[in-house]
Design a protein around this ligand. Structure first.
Ligand SMILES: [Zn+2]
Length: 568
């Protein structure tokens, strides 16, 4: 007997847990057999999609208007009442499915994840995981309170970042120093949080019977297709191949700025003293021009974007009361994406729009997969969808294709983007390398002095350059691990960006050879959702899931030659 679920999530907006529970129990009370497995799975999937969609709705309403107290209340109720209870029930359903030994069609990949989740589940760890996330909130509170006085006003360190883009060098230095000094004042506080959080993480791994937290986390993040050693190889490749290229970029920067040596506050400013790009006046222009660009990449992708415009699935303009940042989320049951951002007219808004567009296309392209678990994409490939779109769209950002810029500004924007792409890798290697060390040497890492020393060692390995002088800032460098929120919030989650970037560059490389074919492959890979291994997803997209020296050499050479081409 099939489940009598509501047709849309709209009817469920005010449901309490008591309203949901019978549906879960209905699923739990059925015997699974070969005849009913597809219906049972479909019912479970529909239920998950509907709940997920209610969750999306309440979350979106808290971000489009942060003053909406009703929305906030609904969001908290959802988290506490619905979300927690349904994870417990889902856990039971996963166990039931596994114990049945019956698998629906084309479900090997989600099954692999389900098996791992069930195995990893450990009751004792639940309160520890809550403690872990409470400590990361403590970290947020410390960082959030870091303000300084700037031109008579109290501002956050983030609010100072436009100053570092400015052409006034004295101002940049002052802002950089003030920010660094302010951060150092919280050194002890963050050291204490780290010690507590590390202790908990060691305990979590112990409880679940793992040698160390890295092995536990690997399983938790479902990194089935690569090993810690693969990541360490990635780091070595970056040191060998990417670092020398960044070294060259630094030298050029120094020369263009006319300086004897670069200082840490000279790294973001435009080297040719040009004013920031001003691509559009308002959000409707951003929307329209991005629509043109997506159409130029591919007619069908343009049509997807049109659906988003028509169905009001875009909230792009910055306005008072909106939450900061940008994201792409999904209405799981309707299988439609929603993009939220705070556009004010900068080039980085254009970049964000193209990036989130790639995530949105993933939702459209994979919407034919029957079960929600098949559409859950890991970060390593989800970011290939978005980062590839940034690169695939880049040739069309000029006015002649309906985009934003004259050809000179288009090239300027594209070169900046490519340089940033390359410069990200060495930094990523520091962040990732630090965590590999900390969680495999927990006793050493319990002492913050050792953490400072390890971060410094990694910084020297990846991030020191002949033309950059940071000599008077040993303490600032040593405490760099205090400023990366991922270390506290989502341990180990960072290398994914580096991997995805390498995938995206390969997709782009294919497009330079044959645009149509490359985009076809890109779409073909997106259509697989999360229902394939990482090597298979990369291959479907026309790329290899590799991140060694050879692959990095290919990427760096491609970027280098394209930059030269654009500089001609
Ligand atoms: Zn993204």
């Amino acid at each position: 007997m099939s489940l009598d679920l509501p047709k849309t999530s709209k009817e469920m907006q005010d449901w309490k847990w008591d309203d949901y529970e019978p549906f879960f129990d209905h699923l739990l009370n059925q015997d699974i057999n070969k005849e009913n497995i597809e219906t049972w799975m479909k019912d479970w999937s529909d239920l998950s999609e509907l709940i997920g969609e209610v969750g999306t709705d309440v979350y979106v309403s808290t971000t489009v208007d942060t003053t909406d107290e009703e929305a906030k209340k609904r969001f908290h109720t959802f988290l506490e009442d619905i979300s927690e209870n349904s994870s417990t029930k889902n856990q039971e359903l996963k166990k039931k499915l596994l114990e049945s030994n019956i698998s629906p069609n084309n479900f090997e990949i989600p099954m692999r994840a389900i098996k791992s989740e069930v195995e990893l589940f450990c009751e004792e760890n639940l309160p520890l995981m809550t403690k872990d996330s409470k400590l990361s909130k403590e970290y947020d509170a410390v960082i959030g309170a870091q303000t300084i006085e700037w031109e008579g006003e109290e501002v956050t360190i983030t609010q100072l970042s436009p100053v570092l883009l400015g052409t006034d060098r004295e101002k940049r230095e002052k802002a950089w120093r003030l920010a660094a000094e302010r951060r150092l004042k919280d050194r002890e506080k963050i050291n204490k949080i780290w010690q507590k959080i590390l202790q908990i993480r060691i305990q979590i791994a112990n409880n679940a019977g793992f040698d160390n937290y890295r092995s536990w986390r690997w399983e938790y993040l479902q990194r089935f297709d690569y090993t810690p050693d693969d990541c360490l190889d990635f780091h070595s490749g970056i040191e060998k191949v990417v670092k020398p290229f960044v070294e060259k970029l630094m030298k050029t920067r120094k020369e263009q700025l006319g300086l004897d040596v670069l200082k840490p506050w000279d790294l973001s400013v435009d080297t040719l003293n040009r004013d920031p790009l001003k691509p559009f006046k308002d959000a409707s222009e951003l929307e329209e021009k991005c629509h043109n660009i997506f159409k130029a990449v591919d007619e069908d992708l343009g049509n997807h974007f049109n659906i988003m415009r028509e169905q009001k699935l875009l909230d792009l303009a910055n306005r008072k009361g909106k939450a900061p940042g940008g994201y792409c989320t999904e209405y799981y049951h309707r299988r439609l994406p929603f993009i939220f951002m705070n556009a004010v007219g900068t080039h980085s808004d254009v970049q964000t729009m193209l990036h989130e567009g790639g995530h949105a296309f993933h939702v459209f392209e994979s919407d034919q997969l029957p079960y929600s678990a098949q559409r859950e994409v890991g970060m390593e490939f989800a970011e290939v969808a978005s980062m590839s779109m940034e690169l695939l769209a880049a040739p069309y950002i000029a006015e002649e294709h309906g985009g934003f810029y004259n050809s000179k500004d288009a090239n300027r924007a594209r070169i900046e983007h490519l340089e940033k792409t390359i410069m990200f890798w060495p930094y990523m290697a520091v962040v990732d390398g630090f965590q590999h060390w900390a969680y495999t040497n927990p006793e050493d890492a319990m002492n913050p002095d050792n953490c400072d020393a390890e971060w410094t060692r990694l910084w020297k390995r990846f991030q020191t350059f002949d033309d950059l002088d940071s000599s008077e800032f040993d303490d600032v460098i040593a405490t760099g691990w205090h400023n990366k929120l991922h270390i506290y919030h989502v341990p180990f989650y960072y290398v994914e960006y580096g991997m995805a970037q390498l995938g995206a560059i390969q997709v782009w490389g294919n497009a330079l050879e044959n645009q149509k074919e490359a985009v076809e492959k890109y779409r073909y890979a997106l259509a697989k959702g999360g229902n394939a291994t990482l090597p298979d997803l990369f291959e479907a997209a026309g790329a290899k899931f590799e991140f060694d020296e050879d692959m990095l050499t290919y990427a760096v050479n491609l970027v280098d030659s394209q930059i030269k081409e654009m500089n001609k």
